[in-house]
Design a protein around this ligand. Sequence first.
Ligand code: NAI
Length: 648
Amino acid sequence: MSATPDLQNFECRIDAAGIAWLGFDCADSSVNRLSREVMEEFNAALDHFDRHRPAGLVIHSLKPAGFIAGADIREFDALQTPEGVTELIRRGWNAFERLATVHYPTLALIRGHCLGGGLELALACRYRLAVDQPDTRLALPEVMLGISPAWGGMRRLPALIGAPAALDMMLTGRAVDARKAARLGLVDARVPPRLQMRAAAQHVVSGKPRMQARGMGRWLNHSAARQLVMNHTLKKVNARDPYQHYMAPRAILQIWARHDGNALTAPDLLNDLVRSETARNLIRVFHLQDRLKAFGKRNELAGEVRHVHVIGAGVMGGDIAAWCALKDFKVTLQDQSRDRIAQAQGRAHALFSRRIKPARLQRAAADRLIPDPDGHGITQADLVIEAITEDLEAKLALYARIEPRMKTGAILASNTSSLSLEALQAGLQQPQRLVGIHFFNPVAKMPLVEVVETPCTDPAARATALAFVGRLGKLPLPVLDAPGFLVNAVLAPYILEAMRCVDEGLSPETVDEAMKVFGMPMGPLELADTVGLDIVQAAGQQLAGDRAMPACLTSLLARRQLGRKSGRGFYVWKDGKPEKQAPGTPPANLAHRLIAPLVAKAREQVERGVVADADLADAGVIFGTGFAPFSGGPLHWEQHRAPAVTPV
Ligand code: NAI
């Protein structure tokens, strides 16, 4: 047995069989990140193994959170020069080339997240085993930050799983779980948690051949086929991003097709990418997302939530209940209409079958969602979520009935989108136990949830609500009780301004197209039709002050044309899709005109303290509305990109 190297971020142990176990354990961090210092130590470990050759090397993680979360993104913020970019790439590329060519067998034992540079490290090993547990996730998510993988993943992943599957992972950043990783051939096998160490010890010295792509996937990775694959894939990329807001997918394709996945031979391309404003903004959004996630971490004030009782099984309540059951909560679902509960259960089953693979676990999720028309769950639940019709009197009457039945310490939450939380607290014996937990529609798709408080809300109720939203895998944004909170408050003046453009003679298609060119996922009038014009009017009246409602809105409502739900609004809707004519040429600066009131309102909500600061307002608008992420958010965009925008 040889001495083990003395390292700060790793623990190294040599077992009786001569296998080296290199445990990643980055100092002062809950996750492993491949910072400059960590990479230097990793090289030092490889130096040591050059001198004291092990029978095999198993790389694993000592962090409960997962394997490796990727490069240290904070180092990207400091990249000022092209030389700095090249140096960063070379650091990882060289280290992993070296790992790939050592003379002893290597194995990455992947448990939990294995992302970006972490997956590139695993790909440089001869073998990979994925621990079969729900949080095991493998991905190359660089594209989401506006950059590309650059430490060998673009070469090794297509060689391992074939070009189509690899391009799909690299161009979308999508993660695969242990089961899918095994099916793709990304890992040699998946192993049960309790056998992971033994399986790794056996596999690393097994002498089994290295995995590689076979069949069509392999053929399409051949240099002769790459241009063809690139042209075909580019069409899909252009369809997803027709206005070319994102350069990274196109650069990834080029580096794979023309540079064999080696970014070092395309330094200009990569330098443009890494130092682009888009990448800087997407990295900013990543940090903002982390800030929101941090609100969802449980603190000592937060109470334990196991059982959630949802009242109202409509569009929102039904889907909230399903999402809670999906995320392991016991849920009772109450509605005055049994039909609505049955419909909600139907939608829940569809969600479970989309999101959960083993049938056994789908059944378990369905079992956790208990229909409860008579509201027996109220007395047992730790959290009661009210999502009944938006009517103050109805909600107050309901609260008066249920509050005496709720268990001591249980929290009451309303999903209201437009009523004042203070008005809802007024009739309660314990008003401090009421919070707003405001989900967005559709619940399964929208990542943001506003957690609303009044001065009277108990800090423990707030903390419980934030931690609950975190456990749902959503991003909680704390906001104060104010009309429209943050997200609806900024959306309303933007949508109304779009309608005023229609009053002035522009077609809905022209207005919507201008905003899609700007980078919105959906134009404001299509959004208004989707939400329902009656709801838009109610929100608009609440938020617009004295300004008259746009004439086009008033006339559509007079004809009961409410948008998608009535089949006609600004558009005629068929099979859930709007029928559109070709857009006209928008007047110059139309997008700026429409965004101006949104920006002004966001600024106002910050000044009034509805949301704590401008960064959080940007985060809320991006994750609550899909506002062009590459812009960095409306307030950031206004400050850095736009010529002065004057509120209308
Ligand atoms: P909905 O009309 O689809 O569903 C409301 C449900 O509540 C119905 O099934 C009704 O039978 C039931 N209900 C009414 N009074 C009841 C009572 N006293 N006891 C038991 N059940 C009762 O309404 P939706 O759209 O789901 O909205 C519910 C809440 O969510 C509202 O406060 C709304 O402001 C809020 N919200 C709605 C959003 C949306 O896009 N629809 C988005 C975010 C929040």
